[in-house]
Design a protein around this ligand. Structure first.
Ligand code: PYC
Length: 314
């Protein structure tokens, strides 16, 4: 598999640009289903150690089946497939620019959950106009053993999030193990109590909020991702979910800028407009930088050619 790695505000994206799985043609959602059912070893090889890492998000560059789109993408990580990915879309835009396939200006990218627009502002800066985002439930109370009773909002920003306006420890890098531990317990409890997003969809991202370190930022977050990693960026879909909650509470007006800081201090500049259905359409601006390009090699006889999969027996 030929790849280009980048990072968006610290969060890595590995774009598979060639020699990936042959998923055939047809709607992108069908191709995603084929990827998951018949070609998942490609995902594991690219994402798991020894070729990948927990923090990586993968992006398979695909042919769009929509004439208006410049490219299509399927996102995945160390445990499965992501519906959408904001930092990954910024990383993809900068990668396409690096490949000479995207020029400064606006282009449409197809994702399994809809078409998003990206505006390449410079070779290393892009804005994503994300899918329509909304708050699904407000102030959902959960009692989590080892954490306490807390309230959170459930919102869609391209993935499902449980957003808690509180954090079990100050949002500093030193507390990442404790923040991750509590987020994991909350996610398990949501699952146990069958608390879901719309259409019974799993809430697979947990987001804590606290005060920012920078005087001009509005908030700092910690985002716990489905595979157990934390987002080094402020999370594009997580920031979209946050905007949906702020808009629903009347705390941020359309067009106003919200600066969301990540746990490592990197930031997205976010704003929204109102879409036709009344839901918000978030715009997330961030920078991405190319880190590496190369080819993943899987030699015959390598017991870990498709990644290290830990099991009880390992
Ligand atoms: O930026 O949307 C995002 C994202 C999702 C998971 C990791 N990053």
């Amino acid at each position: 598999m030929r790849f280009i790695d980048s990072h968006t505000e610290g969060e890595p994206t590995r774009v598979i640009i060639a020699e990936g799985p042959d998923l055939g043609s047809g709607p992108l959602t069908d191709r995603l289903a084929r990827f998951a059912s018949g070609f998942d070893h490609y995902r594991r090889a690219a994402m798991l150690e020894p070729r990948g890492a927990e923090s990586l998000v993968g992006a398979l560059l695909c042919e769009p089946d929509h004439p208006q789109c410049a490219a299509a993408v399927i996102f995945f990580n160390n445990t499965g497939y992501l519906k959408m990915c904001g930092h990954g879309t910024i990383g993809l835009a900068v990668t396409l620019a690096h490949m000479g396939r995207l020029e400064t200006g606006i282009a449409s990218i197809q994702s399994p959950v809809g078409i998003v627009n990206v505006e390449l502002l410079s070779p290393n800066e892009a804005a994503v106009e994300n899918v329509q985002s909304y708050r699904y439930r407000k102030n959902v109370e959960v009692d989590v053993e080892g954490v306490g009773t807390l309230q959170g909002d459930i919102a869609w920003g391209g993935n499902w999030f449980f957003l808690v306006n509180w954090s079990p420890a100050p949002l500093t890098p030193a507390n990442i193990p404790e923040l991750s531990r509590c987020a994991r317990l909350i996610r398990r409890e949501l699952e146990r109590q069958n608390i879901t997003g719309a259409n019974a969809e799993e809430i697979d991202h947990i987001e804590f909020f606290g005060p920012p370190a920078a005087a001009d930022a509005h908030s700092r977050n910690f985002v716990y991702c489905p595979g157990g990693a934390f987002d080094r960026s402020p999370c594009g879909t997580g920031t979209s979910a946050k905007l949906a909650c702020l808009a629903a509470d009347g705390k941020l007006a359309a067009g106003d800028v919200w600066i969301q800081e990540s746990i490592i201090g990197s930031r997205f500049r976010a704003s929204y407009r109102i879409g036709e259905s009344g839901a918000i359409i978030p715009r997330i601006v961030g920078t991405a930088f190319i880190c590496a390009e190369g080819r993943l090699i899987q030699q015959q006889g390598d017991p870990f050619r498709n990644g290290i999969v830990l099991s009880e027996e390992t």
